[in-house]
Design a protein around this ligand. Sequence first.
Ligand code: NAD
Ligand code: MG
Length: 418
Amino acid sequence: MSANVIALATSRRPAEIPSLEPVLARRVTVLGSTGSIGISTLDVIAHARATYGQDTMPIEALTAQSNVETLAAQARALHPKLAVIGDPALYTSLKEALAGTRVEVAAGRDAIVQAASRPSDIVMVAIVGVASLVPALRAVERGATVALANKECIVAAGDVFRRAIQASGAAVIPVDSEHNAVFQVLDAADPNEVDRVTLTASGGPFRGWQKDRMQAVTPAQAVAHPNWSMGAKISVDSATLMNKGLELIEAHYLFALPPEKLSVLVHPQSVVHCLVSYADGSTLAHLSAPDMRTPIAHALAWPRRIVSPSRRLDLASLGQLTFERPDPEVFPALRLAQDCLREGGLAPTILNAANEIAVDAFLTKGLGFLDIPRVVEAALGEFGSHSHNLSPANLDAVLAADGQARELAGNICRRMVA
Ligand code: NAD
Ligand code: MG
């Protein structure tokens, strides 16, 4: 990877800490409001309104792909100016569901990008997958503060984001719990002061399993995460450990850390979210109960802190925190992601696209659980041999590689399922 990467997210405190009033008056857009992160975000805002007053964090826009019922209920409760449904066939249903309200209604992929373009102080990016890439980039380009839950867009297009952030001066506040944790404890005057950043992983539902036992794992088993309640895609990623692999690449871009300073430690209790080790031997950790409403509240209010409805940490009840090394033989997805991180260029883009296709094929088309990393590895191999340009030069190059990798991975999945 290029040596001159600059951090997309830095926790350096602004020269002037704002008073709470302008923080509570921030206007918020939530992309992907009907998903796990979206619902938790609106829960944090509802709690803040009950605490600080009903005019706290007014909402500019809410977007969802197909869940009209939940989107309409959210819009009726929180009064955004705009509600967007991604599937254009659902425009009339949403319009009818919001009849008699003052909420503007729109539909389609472009309308989601438009929603990200409208003036708001913070855009919560909680769409799943690379579908978030163009709207997230639009929010960055207009200089909004981007609360970034989605990791796939950074993995696929880290360099494109870097350039857009340099041009607009937008702030990115990580919401992914480990990265939000690093954002809170990474504080070095010079990158040489940081020896290592460790992201923790719960290990997922199959921690400690032998590989042969995983052959027949069903989607229902894979999405049953021991500690976190999340959308289906990230739950499967947590079960294969691809999630942690994507997070290493995410951390590389967000904090400008070279691959050799990034590591993973399995920590089944999901209480310690990161460890930052410094040159003097100090290690700083971030702890919280496993509840996404904590990093969400942090991102919405940074550099201040607001109350949130999240669960609180009770270490005495927990008794012990344990740590172990991940097993790269049983979880090859982690190794694949680490290889792509070192390789750079378009390798992370291809890794991510192939993984999205493979996870979907596992969830809906009968692909085996252990075939997920096999599809990704095969797609990386086939793409490499056909590609004449492995540079993530611009958005078009990234989108072209993403599309090509999806097609390759789709074909590989069909061959494997047949
Ligand atoms: P989810 O599946 O629960 O929700 C996804 C949201 O995106 C929904 O609102 C859906 O309507 C919308 N969406 C889906 N496809 C879309 C498309 N093609 N175009 C526009 N919108 C679309 O997912 P989630 O678990 O909330 O995760 C969202 C993102 O946050 C993911 O990138 C995930 O990796 C990341 N993340 C989630 C968690 C968590 O605890 N859930 C933790 C860390 C990071
Ligand atoms: Mg995470």
